[in-house]
Design a binder for this molecule. Structure first.
Ligand SMILES: Cc1ncc(COP(=O)(O)O)c(C=O)c1O
Length: 389
């Protein structure tokens, strides 16, 4: 990777030290330009007319996102966030009383709120799968829990509050041998590490545009395996996702786009496609290799600092580095560093309550690195954190 060239392609690299890529990454020039250019076309010729003129470019966004995860373009639906994509998936599962949902300890709050809401309507059991001794989801515990009452296994690949990478492929292999559906929340992993649907064997995968993919805000996508389509019932189809064919009947559109609505932010779609292409051109293996090295470097350097405790878990760890610091609230540290144009973030108990409570954590500092970060930036970050006490 030519890091200098990549940083030149990311104008903000000259202004900020950005270690908040798990919050929202910095957009590279081709992404922003694709969005501007499409908006300008809408301004010039009209919104419907721009969509017709750029039908191929819009289709390419599906192709590029599909290529990123080894899917077929018809298996991709766009949404305005990962949460929206996840809700579309979750609400399409035909739950009945007595069903069980197996989930991860590191599950994201928005997903867990949906479980609680489901439980308000139906007697469905939600069971967190234990972690193993490394802190990742225990594949053995999952194997022990998987029986015919399990309708859905919904787990988070990389949580919002740490460097953990859950073993998605092993989970997928087990679930594929059962009657359950597998929904993977890949919000923090897509764009950060190679994820191939043929290896993971998930029925449903959700992701956002703005994080490691470096796309625009307000974008996300849902992957639906074509073999799973018949087992799902989209709950909110409109006249795009379904056709009103007779007075009393409708038919879903073919493919995953039955989950989409007619109206959408097409400039965002174009930007998301450009972001996926950018990642595909660089290659997910190279991206992941560099992120891992930078992440491990930061983890080691922070662990050497007095008063800092690195709290990342798991056997395999990514570019998200989390820690606590004696005598300093995470939010305070984030504010102090932001005033120096160093971007990091914090994650509190309410985002991943099961995991944080289990570990006795109220809040952690989160620094998340991308391939365009440099070793010098990692050094500067560690110094700034040390000096902020
Ligand atoms: C693990 C996980 N899932 C889902 C989401 C939600 O993503 P979005 O804000 O795009 O809805 C996040 C956001 O931080 C996350 O960390």
């Amino acid at each position: 990777m030519d890091i200098d060239a990549l940083r030149k392609d990311t104008p903000a690299c000259g202004d900020v030290l950005h270690a908040n890529n798990a919050g929202a990454s910095l957009q590279p020039r081709p992404v922003t330009e694709a969005v501007y250019e499409y908006l300008e076309l809408e301004q010039r010729i009209g919104g419907y007319e721009a969509a017709i003129e750029r039908a191929d470019q819009i289709q390419s966004a599906y192709d590029d996102v599909a290529a990123l995860i080894g899917a077929h373009p018809d298996e991709i639906a766009f949404a305005d966030s990962a949460t929206r994509a996840w809700q579309l998936a979750f609400n399409s599962v035909p739950f009945k009383a007595g069903d069980r949902v197996l989930t991860s300890v590191a599950e994201y709050a928005s997903n867990y709120i949906a479980y609680l809401q489901l439980q308000e309507r139906l007697a469905v059991d939600v069971v967190p799968i234990h972690n193993d001794e490394t802190g990742q989801l225990s594949v053995q515990a999952l194997a022990d829990l998987l029986d015919e009452s399990v309708r859905l296994v919904a787990v988070t690949h990389v949580p919002t509050n740490g460097g953990l990478v859950n073993p998605a492929e092993e989970i997928g292999a087990l679930v594929a041998d059962s009657d359950a559906l597998f929904l993977l929340d890949a919000c923090q992993s897509v764009g950060q590490l190679p994820l191939d649907v043929r290896d993971v064997k998930a029925d449903l995968i959700t992701a956002t545009g703005r994080k490691y993919l470096r796309g625009p805000r307000g974008t996300g996508f849902l992957y639906v395996n074509e073999d799973a389509l018949g087992r799902l019932h989209p709950a909110n189809a409109d006249l795009f996702g379904a056709r009103w064919v007779e007075r009393d009947s409708y038919q879903f559109r073919d493919g995953a786009r039955r989950f989409e609505l007619y109206e959408s932010n097409l400039a965002g779609t174009i930007g998301l496609g450009a972001a996926a292409r950018y990642a595909n051109d660089l290659g997910m293996d190279s991206i992941w290799q560099r992120i891992r090295v930078l992440g491990e470097g930061l983890r080691t350097a922070l662990a050497d600092q007095r008063g800092i405790t690195v709290v990342d878990q798991g056997d395999l760890r990514c570019g998200i580095v989390t820690f606590t610091m004696d005598g300093c609230e995470p939010r305070e540290l984030v504010d102090k560093l932001r005033r120096q144009r160093i971007n990091i973030w914090h994650s509190g108990v309410e985002s991943t309550r099961l995991d944080m409570e289990r570990r006795g954590l109220r809040s952690v500092v989160r620094a998340s690195l991308h391939y365009f970060n440099t070793e010098q930036e990692v050094e500067r970050l560690v110094e700034a954190i040390g000096a902020a006490r």
